[in-house]
Design a protein around this ligand. Sequence first.
Ligand SMILES: [Zn+2]
Length: 492
Amino acid sequence: MREYSAMRIFNTMSRKTEILKVLEAGVVRIYCCGPTVYESPHIGNMRTYVWQDILRRTLELNGYKVIHVRNITDVGHLKSDADTGEDKLQESANRRHSTAWDIAKIYTEEFFDYSKMLNILDPSFSPKATDHIDEMLDLIKKLEDNGYTYAIHNDGVYYDTSRFHDYGKLTGMNFAQLNKYLIGGARVKLSREKRNITDFALWKFSPKNEKRDMEWNSDYGVGFPGWHIECSAMSMKYLGETIDIHCGGVDHIYIHHPNEIAQSEGATGKKFADYWMHGEFILVENKKMSKSKGNFYTVEDILKKGFGWREIRYLLFSAHYRSQLNFTIRGLESAKASINRMHDVMGRLKDINGTDDKTELKKLHALVNSHKNEFVRWMNNDIMVTEALRVVFDLISIINKQIEDGRIGRIGSRATIDAILFFDSVLGLNLAELMNEDSIPREVLELLEKRDIARAKKDFALADSIRDMILDRYGFIVEDSKNGQRLKKKRL
Ligand SMILES: [Zn+2]
C-alpha cells in the first residue's frame, strides 16, 4: 500500500464524509448498478460510469486491489417504479419489431464499445441479469422463508417492506415518513393489492395468454425477476454478503437502493454495504436533458459534432460527482483546450535534451512531488477532481515558464512527464498514447532540415511551402520558437 493520506468518501447512509475503512486489508469490493440495455446510452448514463471509473482508479492509485462489479440489466426493469408497465427491453423490442434477446445483445455490445472508447476500465465482473435467474430465485426463497414475501394474484411475488426494520434508512426517513413522501409524489402509485406503497415485486408473473421473449419457470409460476433483486443476487454472488462500497445515481436513493438493502439484509441478516455513493445528474446547456427539448445526447451525437472521446471524458469528470454537471458545447471546447495544454507541455518536455543544472533539478523534483501529493490529497478527499485539476494546471504553468527560461534539462523533463502520466493514471485520458502518436517519420525530419536551411538563407517562401507540405502530407504542425522548430501532431 502506498502511504497517502486516508481516503475519505461521502456516505449517503450517514450523510457524512467518512474515512474509508475496508473489510479486508488492501482490498475494496465495489458494486455499481449497471445500465439497462434497451437503447443507446446517453451522456448522463456515461457520466455515472466515468466518475465510478475515476473512483476506482483513485483507489488503485492508493494501492488497493479493487474488485469491481457492474451488472447488465437485461430483463425486469419496468417502465414505472410502481412495478407496473412494460419491461423496458420488451417494449424496445416491440417497437423495433425485434426480440428482447436481440435488443439486449445489441445494446450490451454498444455499451461496452462506448465504455472502452471513453477509456473506462473493464470491471472485474460484468454479470448479466438473465444469467443469474437461479441465484435470484434462491434469494427470493430465503426471503419467503424469513417471512418477507406475499403474492398478488395474477401479478407477482412482493416484498412486504413493513416487515423490514429500518426500511428506507438510506433516505434519512423512517418507514412512515417515506411512505407518506412517496404517496405525495407522482413516482409510485399505490395499487389496491399492495400492502404498502414501498412494497415491490421480487418476481413478476408473465401475463396470462401472452408469451414474453424472456420468461422462466419457477415455483411461483412462469415469469421474470424484478429489477431490484437482480442487483442483490449478483452483488452477493461476486462480492459476498457484505461489500465495501455500493454506487449508483441519485435517482436510486429512494427506491432501488432501499429495496436492495431490504432484500440483501432480509435474506442474510448482515449489513449489505458499508458505504453508499451517489452521483448527480447532468444538465445539457443548463436544462434537464430530454428528448422533447432536443437536448438529449448520446455519445455518438457528440462524436458527430466533431469532438473526440477525450473531450467527452474530460467534461464528464471535470465536475464533482455530487454536483450537477452542465454539459455544454463550450464545455467541450474548453475540455479540448485543457487536454491540448497537457499534450503541448509533454511535447515540449520530450524535446528537451540538455544537461540538468543540479540545483535546478533538485528544486524541480521538490516541485513535482509536492504537486503529486497535492493532487492525491484532493482525490482522496471524496474525489475532488476540480481541485485536483487545478493542481495539474498549476504545475503545467510553472513548467512552461521554466522551459522558456531554459531551466529544465533532460532528467527534469522526464520526471515532469512522469508526473503528468501519474495524474493521467487517475484521469484516464491516455496521454501516453497521445504523446506516442507524435513520433516523427524520417521524411518529416529531412523536410525539417531543408526548412532550417531555407530559413537560414531567408528563403521564407520555400520555408512556408515545406511547412505546408509537412502539415498536408504528414499531419504535423511546425512551430517556430527561440529553440528552433517544433512539431505538433495535428489533432482531429
Ligand atoms: Zn442496483
